[in-house]
Design a protein around this ligand. Structure first.
Ligand code: OOB
Length: 539
């Protein structure tokens, strides 16, 4: 299992242990400890089902025995493609207790990605949701044909009835003595996350017990989570943001209550906030206007909500400013990545900072460099690429020796590909991606720069800027807008940009008005899909 994994150098590992960031305990103990302290406190709510800490802990042990009974051993990889259902949580802890490594896959992924991920991870099994929603059994059959190493298909939830080729999570064999096995090494891989980003094939991100536990604990601290908090998992739980920033694991580490939303729809989420007295939740910028609109109907009791975390993509300052008046809670911007580094605005930050920056690093031991194209530091306030290393940032992708050479510096800094500005207080503002630029006849246009201008228009609810191929120029600039009332025409938009003093290079060639933007599994604008939609239509 250590094959394909780049550990921290010994000196840094020692520093993180000495600082108390790494506890030297496997992640499975997180739930065990809370269950011992407050067994009867509610840990998990999913639909009508409620589990206290003792019940959740016992359930995790049962599934752990079942994984062993299935023939899985420490270090084996298990694809887990579940929606926000109760089984997901004890399954994760079962894996952490046995050393089986879950590979977390969002429900929206289909056979092409699954096949690639099964091949890359060498997975021995695949966990799919039970009956009721999309039927993953056909996909599971196809996966097993393509990847014979996938020996088991486990159904989590409502059984399908005719279990051909699958086994229900509740029916796993429980061998005697499964409880006496050794605990996994805390500095070994606990979980494999998928890399984010809206382009290219996902890479696997190995997170260790030590580092991911710290990630969750420190995130819980920075959001002020305690046992009385109720966290709503509104986004898919397979995503790092919902899982551990502080998300599900951070909430459990603080002894709080996790509520799983059955869907990210504003109606479901806002109703659950009222019903379960939710105090903290997290979402992506594309969802914020939908929640605000739904909240404005006045049908919901949102009085319990104290904090909304927003992250994953750029949040327009105009929308950031609408959060407190619209939802009655504090906003926390979160700029994070599955590879590790997390930045948060702090609960006591001045309003201006919360509305206009993406916060500062979580850990005192996060090292952040902002560099120019040659790798030299840029002066404060100037844009450059963010490089980082620290106690919960990986040192290499899993089984990617070639990519690791270009994604990490020789000193072990991760090249994030994000272009940021750092102010004198150490707060970061995300300016764009190194490569999210349109090459219009040689002129490089940062999509994010134009998006920020267009987002300031009153008739624009959401915007994404993409390049569409063009014979003469290579690429032209296409602005895709979801309107808020009356959208501008292309001419009016150009005039608006001129009046704002935007560079003439930013003048768009084309404007598309859409009902909504295509989104990735977590809710980021899917630029790949947008580009595919408009690519063939050359004008
Ligand atoms: C989160 O993680 P990933 O791995 O899905 O995506 C990471 C990338 C970042 O490199 C950056 O390009 C973008 O998503 N991003 C943001 C952002 N937060 C993430 N861009 C602008 N503003 C933000 N606030 O997306 C993620 C992981 C943990 C917590 C929150 C988000």
């Amino acid at each position: 299992m250590t094959e394909g994994f780049t550990p921290w150098p010994a000196d840094r590992a020692r520093r993180y242990r000495d600082a108390g960031h790494w506890l030297g305990r496997p992640l499975g103990t997180l739930l065990r400890e809370r269950a011992a302290e407050r067994p009867a406190h509610t840990a998990l709510v999913a639909g009508e089902r409620r589990y206290d800490y003792a019940a959740l802990d016992t359930w995790a042990d049962e599934i752990a025995a079942g994984l062993i009974g299935l023939g899985l051993a420490a270090g084996d990889r298990l694809l887990v493609q579940l929606d926000n259902r109760a089984e997901f949580v004890p399954l994760c802890f079962a894996a952490f207790r046995t050393g089986v490594v879950p590979v977390l896959i969002p429900p929206s992924h289909r056979i092409a990605e699954l096949d690639a991920l099964a091949g890359l991870s060498g997975a021995a099994g695949y966990v799919i949701p039970g009956a009721g929603g999309f039927d993953y059994r056909e996909q599971a059959g196809e996966l097993r044909r393509r990847q014979p190493g996938v020996r088991h298909v486990v159904v989590a939830g409502e059984p399908y009835g005719n279990g051909e080729g699958t086994v229900d999570l509740t029916d796993l064999p429980h061998p005697a003595g499964a409880a006496g096995r050794p605990e996994p090494a805390p500095d070994g891989i606990a979980v494999l996350l998928l890399s984010g980003g809206t382009t290219g094939t996902p890479k696997l991100i190995p997170r260790t017990h030590d580092d991911y536990h710290y990630n969750a604990r420190a995130s819980a601290d920075v959001t002020g989570l305690g046992p009385e908090d109720v966290y709503l998992a509104a986004l898919p739980v397979t995503h790092n943001f919902t899982l551990a920033c502080p998300g599900v694991f951070g909430t459990l580490s603080a002894g709080g209550t996790v509520v799983l939303a059955p869907s990210p729809s504003p109606e479901d989420c806002l109703a659950l906030i009222g019903r379960e007295r939710v105090t903290v939740t997290a979402t992506v910028p594309s969802v914020v206007p939908l929640w605000l609109e739904e909240a404005a109907t006045g049908r919901y009791d949102l009085a319990s909500l104290r904090l909304l975390q927003v992250g994953g993509a750029v949040l327009a300052p105009r929308q950031a400013a609408a959060v407190r008046p619209g939802l009655g809670c504090t906003l926390q911007q979160v700029f994070g990545m599955a590879e590790g580094l997390l930045n948060f605005t702090r609960l006591d930050d001045p309003e201006e900072r919360v509305l206009t920056t993406q916060g500062r690093p979580l850990s005192p031991d996060d090292e952040v460099h902002v560099v120019d194209e040659d790798g030299g530091p840029v002066p404060p306030g100037e844009a450059g690429e963010l490089l980082t290393r620290g106690p919960y940032t990986i040192n290499g992708y899993y089984r990617e020796p070639e990519r690791n050479l270009s994604s990490f510096t020789p000193e072990g800094f991760f090249r994030s590909g994000d272009v940021v500005r750092r102010d004198a207080d150490g707060c970061l503002t995300v300016v764009g991606r190194v490569k999210d630029q349109i090459n219009r006849g040689g002129e490089k246009i940062a999509a994010a720069e134009l998006e920020a201008h267009v987002a300031a228009h009153d008739g624009v609810r959401q915007v994404a800027v993409i390049g569409v191929s063009d014979e003469a120029l290579g690429e032209r600039v296409c602005v895709c807008v979801v309107p808020d009332g009356t959208p501008p025409t292309l001419r009016a938009l150009k005039r608006f940009l001129r009046e704002r003093g935007a560079s003439t290079l930013l003048a768009p060639d084309r404007l598309e008005i859409l009902d909504d933007l295509p989104l990735t599994a977590i809710g980021k604008v899917d630029k790949k899909a947008l580009a595919a939609r408009y690519a063939p239509v050359l004008d």
